[in-house]
Ligand binder design. Structure first.
Ligand SMILES: Cc1cc2nc3c(=O)[nH]c(=O)nc-3n(C[C@H](O)[C@H](O)[C@H](O)COP(=O)(O)OP(=O)(O)OC[C@H]3O[C@@H](n4cnc5c(N)ncnc54)[C@H](O)[C@@H]3O)c2cc1C
Length: 427
């Protein structure tokens, strides 16, 4: 079975990554953007439509980072949840962050419609399964709090009614959010790339940036293919941040996430396993996120399990065991693809938009970049267009690092072990 599994994203079948034309680099631009994922392209599109001359530099092929590899779940959820944020930052800041999430989700839907991007976007809602009875209570308290302060219409589904949401007996009921949807991430990326180019942005693939030097009058951006001078620079490298931007590298933690795609599943089985074709998640510490493929004929199943190996086939072993734990009737199913990529975490689990020494950094989407990367990329652009800070709750004076952290998460095995332990004892 494993010999036929492709080590590339399932999404690339419908929207393959392509090489860019490589004319010589210009000497200068108004704005240079490093990274051609959702963040970089969203910034580029916003700037070009405001009349700026923009160059995007990408070290691989555009979208080859996380933006065409992800699960396509448009939640904008952050690790702390609403209750956790109220505790950590107080009610007002928590409300501000969540209100921005509501706005960013609506804006995504508006953008896809206005730009006519064919990316299988559907506002199908998301069910989160409780791994323990006490997790169900926690999800219930969270739902009450969100309904009280954010009017989101969050619903709880008890275990007795769970099969209306998911054909699994593993969970102790769960929570439904109706404001969350799903899309095809590689088609979405391709759509933004097309619009960005049509707006006049020059996007260069296979052009790694090696350094950025400010000189009071702008910046010199050095690459392996030459140097470009620019008044403004936006760094949009998130989980793929490297040595060219050491300040950011010390602040973003690259955490691998991996996904598998199943062989086609008969419609009657899909109707039983995912009756509402919703996005799905769970409360495990080493959690899984999963969903039907956009055509509804198979399952795209991702998670943190298997994070300690780079081998997609070993990752497949971890994830497929967990898929069968959730859906025992899929025992023996085959898989078509197994792939992975880097998410970018911050130490306080909040995305950041920071300007330092005249360079904009938009990063740290903590596994929720379908909403936040596009949104904060546009905010970075608005800063530059308006020559003043655009309105966002993620503007950070506190983008901190930790002692002994230089960009390689040496603590990952300990973290994974700790989360495994917590999941075993039901914490
Ligand atoms: C497997 C997986 C599943 C995920 N699932 C979801 C999900 O379901 N929902 C969700 O909301 N989010 C999800 N995410 C997270 C989401 O994909 C990211 O947050 C988002 O794509 C980040 O976009 P970005 O543009 O900031 O970064 P990326 O798309 O990672 O792009 C950064 C780019 O910068 C380039 N780069 C780096 N260094 C340089 C350099 N020196 N010079 C030039 N270019 C450089 C890289 O090559 C890369 O292409 C997932 C991520 C992964 C990996």
């Amino acid at each position: 079975m494993a010999e036929t599994v492709k080590p590339n994203p399932y999404w690339w079948e419908a929207a393959p990554r392509t090489e860019t034309d490589q004319p010589s680099l210009p000497d200068k631009a108004d704005v240079v953007i490093v990274g051609a994922g959702f963040t970089g392209l969203s910034a580029g599109l916003t700037l070009a439509r405001a009349g700026r001359d923009v160059v995007v530099l990408e070290k691989d092929r555009p979208g080859e980072g996380a933006s065409s590899r992800n699960g396509g779940i448009a939640s904008g959820n952050l690790k702390l949840g609403f209750g956790g944020m109220v505790k950590a930052y107080g009610l007002e800041r928590a409300k501000q962050i969540h209100a921005e999430g509501v706005e960013a989700r609506l804006d995504l839907a508006r953008f896809i419609e206005a730009e006519k991007i064919d990316c299988d976007w559907k506002l199908v809602g998301r069910f989160t399964g409780a791994m323990r009875p006490k997790h169900y209570d926690t999800l219930g308290r969270e739902a009450d709090l969100m309904n009280k302060h954010l009017d989101l219409g969050v619903e709880m589904v008890p275990k007795a009614e769970q099969h209306q949401e998911i054909g699994s007996d593993l969970y102790f009921g769960g929570q439904v959010r109706h404001d969350i949807g799903g899309l095809h991430p590689a088609k979405f990326h391709q759509g933004i790339l097309d619009r960005t180019r049509e707006a006049g942005v020059a996007v260069f693939g296979r052009t790694p940036v090696t350094g950025i030097q400010g000189d009071g009058d702008g910046h010199a951006v050095t690459t392996e293919r030459g140097t470009i001078r620019a008044r403004n620079v936006i760094v949009a490298t998130n989980g793929y941040t490297g040595p060219a931007t050491p300040w950011l590298r010390k602040r973003v933690v690259p955490i691998p996430s991996q996904i598998i795609a199943t062989d086609p599943i008969p419609k009657e089985t899909m109707d039983r396993l995912m009756p509402k074709r919703r996005m799905l998640g769970e409360t495990r510490n080493l959690y899984h996120y999963f969903r039907p493929s956009p055509d509804g004929t198979g399952i795209v199943f991702g998670g943190r399990a298997g994070a300690l190996t780079d081998d997609p086939m070993k990752k497949l072993g971890h994830l497929s065991r967990n898929l069968i734990e959730i859906f025992p009737e899929l025992d023996g199913i085959g898989f078509t693809h197994s792939w992975w990529g880097y998410t970018g975490f911050t130490f306080d689990f909040l995305p950041k938009l920071v300007v330092r020494e005249g360079v904009h950094y938009a990063a740290g989407f903590c596994g929720s970049g379908v909403i936040w990367a596009r949104w904060l990329g546009a905010k970075a652009a608005q800063d530059i267009i308006g020559n003043a800070p655009a309105d966002t709750a993620f503007r950070a004076d506190d983008f901190s690092t930790r002692p002994l952290y230089y960009g390689r998460p040496w603590f990952l095995p300990f973290m994974v072990g700790w989360y495994e332990f917590k999941d075993r004892v039901g914490w």
